[in-house]
Every structure is written in structure tokens, then in C-alpha cells.
Write a protein that binds this ligand. Structure first.
Ligand SMILES: [Zn+2]
Length: 338
């Protein structure tokens, strides 16, 4: 856009005035189809295409209605999620729960509110959606532009620490795995969902499966690794049949090992390319780091996630990424689970 064309118009302040990333064909396209799979016991995982970050929504069909966990990034995928549910049941969608405040998990809320669902999240998550989404939309506008929704909807049904949702006699237990007082990894807020009858555990973005990981929100690798230890204990206690990550394929406890290997490899490479964290990530170092990460982790897909992460590490500096919370790491107290 020329200066002439900008005169008299609103325009975003740098770095949002131009696309925040160069486009790469490997990201796929807006028309790529999402994927939907049953994981048993009438629970389904709906996964967006790479282009929309392979984000998962989970839904469980019960005799008393449907519960949905997370509502996608783009309205078109929220609509496809709703169609996917409607192909299988005409029961009412009773609840929608947001696992954390990041836009790829909440921007489809409006569609489900209009379907009559009760929108539920932790109080902390609701406050973060309210305070952050406007700014996220500014940033994301430099990637997805007109595909994004014009607004956002904040859950009004909130809890602190834990809450059990009942669909008739079927419980779904929500609990804060990270809150405003604890260490944070990929995000500062995490609500984990446990479906005890179906033995399904949704762990939000504590885990991402067979894809590159997001480093948003000033992600701290040491704190994320401490969270993974807490998750290991939880999984030993609950013995879930399936673990559903925030993005990518569902799996078992092996997902925790894979996430740990990923974080340790990327931490080492960032250290190498930023002189132990002392130097900012230059454009040249970022390109080399990108290639080294891809070479070292060839099984990971979704380069768009990697490029967003590298952009944020460059913007925020490597130190927050490499350094954990001072003092003893602390996770949230987990409530008694069924
Ligand atoms: Zn996410």
C-alpha cells in the first residue's frame, strides 16, 4: 500500500501494518477440510486443517445433550464443527467450555451461544478473554485478515478451581491446571476437562501432538516442563483411555514424553542461536534456527505454528522463553476427581 493510499484511512500500527508473516504455500489453504474422528464412548475430536492451526474441539454426546470443549479459531470451522455435531445428533448443545483464553480456542463461542449453549470457563480465563482478545485480533489480522470474526464472546458462567457440569447423570469435571497464582507454560490459564465415564482427558495446550508448538504469551520452557511433571502424576492417577491435546492427534501418555523432547530440543537450539539467551534473535539467526528445528524434529507438521512462535520469540526476546518462575515451581492443587 502506498502512503497516498493510506491517507485518510485507519491503518494498523506497526508491526501490524503489514502481514505479520511472509506467506508460505506449505501452510495450506482456507479451503482445506477439517478432520473429525470418534475416540470411543460417543466422544469426537474435530481438528481444524493446518491453515487454522490444527486446533481441536472435543464433543461428547450424552442422552441429555452435548458438551463441546473449545470452539475453533475461524467462524467457518466453528460452523463445520456444528455441522459435524448435527450429522450425529439433534440433541441440544448444553455446554461449551473454553480451556484457555487463546483465540484459537474461543473465537467460535458466538455460534454456540446462539445455539443456546451455556458458555463456561474459569473466571481467570473469562477475564483474559475480555482483556486480550481485542489485541490478539489485531495481531491475527496480519495472518488471517477477513477470515476472522468481527467480535468475540466472553463466557458468563465462570468458576474458580473446579466445577462439575452435569448432563443428566453424566458428569464432566473441569479444573484449573494453571491459574493466576501458578507457573505457566504455553499459556497462563489452563482448564483441564475429565470425562470419567468415557475416560477421556482433554489437556488443552499442555500438549500438542505431532506438530510444532506455540510459544505465545511469553512461554517459559522450564515452567512448561514442570507442568508436564504434574501432568504425568495426574495421568498416573486417572489412567485415561485417551488424552486429547489442544492441537493435533489424540494419544496416550507417550504424548507427554514427546512434548518434553520437543521443548528440550527447541530450548537447546534457541540457546545456541541466541548466545544462551543474551542476544536477540536476528532475522538471519531466525532463519537458521527455523531450519535447525525442522531438521531436528522432522515428524512435526504445521510450520505455520512454528513461524508464529519464532515471530513471537523474536518480538518478546528469548529470555522469557528460557527462564522459569523464580523459586520453587508450583502447580495448581488438583481437586478430588471421580
Ligand atoms: Zn491453542
Amino acid at each position: 500500500m502506498t502512503t497516498e493510499a493510506k491517507r485518510g484511512q485507519f491503518f494498523a500500527a506497526p508491526p501490524m501494518a503489514e502481514p505479520v508473516l511472509p506467506w508460505r504455500p506449505e501452510y495450506g489453504s482456507i479451503d482445506d477440510p477439517p478432520h473429525s474422528r470418534e475416540i470411543g464412548a460417543d466422544v469426537y475430536v474435530f481438528t481444524a486443517p493446518d491453515y487454522a492451526l490444527s486446533v481441536n474441539s472435543v464433543y461428547a454426546i450424552t442422552p441429555e445433550g452435548v458438551i463441546v470443549l473449545d470452539t475453533q479459531l475461524l467462524p467457518r470451522h466453528a460452523e463445520k464443527l456444528l455441522q459435524d455435531i448435527r450429522k450425529r445428533t439433534d440433541k441440544p448443545i448444553r455446554f461449551v467450555s473454553n480451556s484457555h483464553h487463546h483465540p484459537d480456542h474461543i473465537l467460535g463461542n458466538e455460534l454456540f451461544r446462539n445455539e443456546g449453549a451455556e458458555l463456561v470457563s474459569s473466571y481467570f480465563t473469562a477475564r483474559l478473554i475480555d482483556s486480550h482478545t481485542f489485541w490478539y485480533l489485531q495481531f491475527l489480522n496480519g495472518v488471517w485478515g477477513g477470515h476472522l470474526p468481527a467480535g468475540y464472546v466472553v463466557p458468563r458462567s465462570t468458576f474458580t478451581r473446579s466445577r462439575t457440569l452435569w448432563l443428566g447423570k453424566e458428569p464432566v469435571q473441569l479444573f484449573e491446571f494453571a491459574d493466576s497464582t501458578t507457573i505457566s507454560g504455553e499459556t497462563v490459564d489452563i482448564t483441564v476437562a475429565w470425562l470419567p465415564r468415557q475416560k477421556v482427558l482433554h489437556v488443552a495446550d499442555l500438549l500438542m501432538s505431532r506438530m510444532h508448538t506455540f510459544f505465545a504469551d511469553g512461554t517459559s520452557v522450564p515452567d512448561w516442563l514442570a507442568q508436564l511433571e504434574n501432568l504425568r502424576k495426574l495421568v498416573q492417577d486417572l489412567k485415561p483411555r485417551v488424552i486429547v491435546p489442544g492441537h493435533g492427534l489424540p494419544g496416550d501418555a507417550g504424548l507427554i514424553d514427546a512434548q518434553e523432547r520437543y521443548l528440550k530440543a527447541v530450548r537447546r537450539l534457541v540457546m545456541e542461536h541466541c548466545d544462551g539467551g543474551a542476544s536477540p534473535l536476528t532475522d538471519e539467526a531466525k532463519d537458521r534456527l527455523r531450519q535447525d528445528i525442522i531438521n531436528e524434529l522432522p515428524d512435526c507438521g504445521n510450520h505455520l505454528a512454528l513461524d508464529i512462535s519464532l515471530q513471537l520469540i523474536q518480538l518478546l526476546g528469548p529470555l522469557a522463553f528460557l527462564v522459569g518462575r523464580p523459586g520453587k515451581p508450583r502447580g495448581a492443587r488438583i481437586p478430588t476427581l471421580i
